[in-house]
Design a protein around this ligand. Structure first.
Ligand code: OAD
Length: 229
């Protein structure tokens, strides 16, 4: 079975009602990254940081996977599908995808501030000051903040290096190291980029662009690939 690696970003979940970061109505137009998504922010105002992620988490409990997420599940009928997502939502999992690697953490998880190996799945949206791990320290969102290392990049490089085909969906490809992942894919491997603002990525060959929304572009491409397989 051929391996298709799918790299997704915020645009994947946009039609589910989750805001992207850098579009005109994106989150980073309303919040300053350094005030809500950095270790400095956590030091300075943990309550504000918790509230920012609480609002995101609350919304996540209210939204559903869209046609794009569902089409990727169908792709598993004939391919080994590995998803690498920059998204912190769980919409790929809820749609039914089997292999999902989260590069930037997971919104529905919290972790200890003294022992990063203590990670807890939340069944409610609100994480508060005073919520503690079993060692007695404050819990923080299980999110990779700006300035923190992306620990999952090693496994992601390994996965994408072995791809027979790559599909990039709904990402502005500006945040590293995620944006550098395409450079680990062999030149001859076919690559697709589905995003209304998709562009030819410098130094990446065999890249076919579909300037469409995920909800339309992904089911279309998946149908084609399943027919050809
Ligand atoms: P961005 O907000 O930078 O980019 C979103 C992309 O989605 C843009 O290229 C849009 O054109 C595209 N888009 C919008 N609607 C779409 C739709 N319906 N279908 C398909 N594409 C659509 O989001 P990311 O590239 O995911 O990191 O941003 C990367 C990282 O920056 C995020 O993981 C986050 C952020 O800061 C952290 O929080 C650590």
């Amino acid at each position: 079975m051929k391996t298709i690696v799918v790299l997704t970003g915020a645009g994947m979940s946009a039609e589910s009602g989750v805001k992207t970061f850098r579009d005109s109505d994106g989150l980073w137009n309303n919040y300053r990254i350094e005030e809500v998504a950095s270790p400095v922010a956590w030091e300075r105002d943990p309550e504000m940081v918790l509230e920012f992620y609480n609002q995101r988490r609350k919304q996540l409990f209210e939204v559903e996977p869209n046609a794009g997420h569902k089409a990727l599940v169908k792709l598993e009928e004939k391919f080994n599908v590995q998803i690498i997502t920059q998204n912190v939502d769980d919409l790929h999992e809820r749609a039914g995808s089997s292999n999902v690697l989260h590069l930037h953490g997971e919104l529905k998880k919290a972790r200890s501030t003294v022992d990063p190996s203590l990670v807890y799945t939340l069944d409610h949206w609100e994480l508060k000051l005073g919520d503690k791990c079993e060692k007695g320290s404050q819990l923080r969102p299980h999110i990779v903040w700006f300035g923190e290392s992306v620990d999952m990049i090693g496994p992601a490089v390994e996965i994408i290096s072995g791809a027979d085909m790559v599909i990039v969906i709904g990402t502005s490809m500006v945040v590293y190291p995620a944006a550098g992942l395409l450079h680990y894919v062999k030149d001859e491997v076919p690559k697709y980029y589905i995003d209304p603002k998709a562009f030819q990525v410098h130094g990446v060959s065999n890249l076919l662009i579909l300037r469409k929304k995920a909800g339309e572009g992904v089911p279309f491409l998946v149908d084609q690939l399943l027919k050809q397989a």
